[in-house]
Design a protein around this ligand. Sequence first.
Ligand code: MTE
Length: 393
Amino acid sequence: MSPALHRRDLLRLLAAAPLSVPPVLASASPATAAPGILKPLPPEVFTIRGTNAETRQEALRDTGPLTPADRFFVRNHTSTPVIDERDWKLTVWGGGLRGGGSVEFGYGQLRSLPSVTRTAVVECAGNGRSFFTTQQGERVTGTPWTLGAVGAARWRGARLRDVLERAGVSPSAVSVLPRGLDDPFTVDGVDLGRVRRPLPIAKAVDDVILAYEMNGEPLPPDHGFPVRLIVPSWIGIASVKWVGDIEVAEAPQSSPWDTRFYRLFGAGYPPEGSSPLSRQTVKSLVELESGAVLEAGRRHRITGRAWSAHAPVDRVEVSTDSGTTWRAARLCDPPARGGQTRWTLPWRPERTGPGALLARTTDRAGNTQPERTVHNTQGYLFDAVVRHPVTVV
Ligand code: MTE
């Protein structure tokens, strides 16, 4: 809160806000742009973090269970390529194909295969990373996301399994390596090549989609046009955007995205890190800006979202007293595998001053958010309950 803003001014601001919606002070951030992202990034919707754009939690408040494409976070290692679908093709190749050749699929061909549509969350493995530092006092490297590196969308596309079968995948294939068409990624002057990450064949033929539609529209350029992978329940890096080729192999494959990044390093892990990360975690977020100002003695409708990569959401509990007592929130969507579940809870704060809202999700497999997440140096898979700061006036 601005120190120049007096209680009287605040109350006037609050009085102007629509009934029963927790009033939020408007953000004063300037117009934003991120190098390499093509879609508009209004400051009330996105926070720019380098080449990435994080969705503001409060920008989800008036949306449905799916994240609209124009509010969906963008995680780009380099920049969004502009690809004409008429020039695009997918090359499937490698020793894991019978005959060891290569097979090409054009955009029209891919669209003519049987299609599947499913809701899936795409969530960066580093979503929530900043809380290792702000809540747990621990050092981590990487983009300091809060909780907005996640989105849920309805994806339509061809099954990767069907494409692999048509390409002649051999029964001895064990791994596939999809690769993006965006510019190669360079770290500390070292060119790591194009973004690519292996997928075990068992996952590749299970539920992976070569998606060409997002929420009923062609994929937007920033989200992978013309075709991206959607790897349900896995960390976002698996869902390679702008896919151009897939190498099929009879031996395990690797890339910097599963050796150097996207493993857990630190005390308690071997020097080469944990095994490569696959599944995401269980989380919740509050649809308010950090430090939102709420009026005392008035009933507010607190809203948020919950999701789990393991099972449908079972319940969300909210604490307004730092975790001493918890109340069950009402779930607004029928919990389902793959998407996010909106929740709501009425709250009439009485005591003024700074405070926090804590939301804790538990899924039907019994996974729940812990008080702390075990540290890893790159700050992946933060799943602990987040203390969402608010001020009651
Ligand atoms: N694919 C390519 N080719 N290049 C990328 O930079 N980023 C990955 C993944 N696929 C990336 C990519 C990461 S880390 C995430 S979290 C998701 O895309 C983000 O998808 P989105 O930008 O559509 O939200």
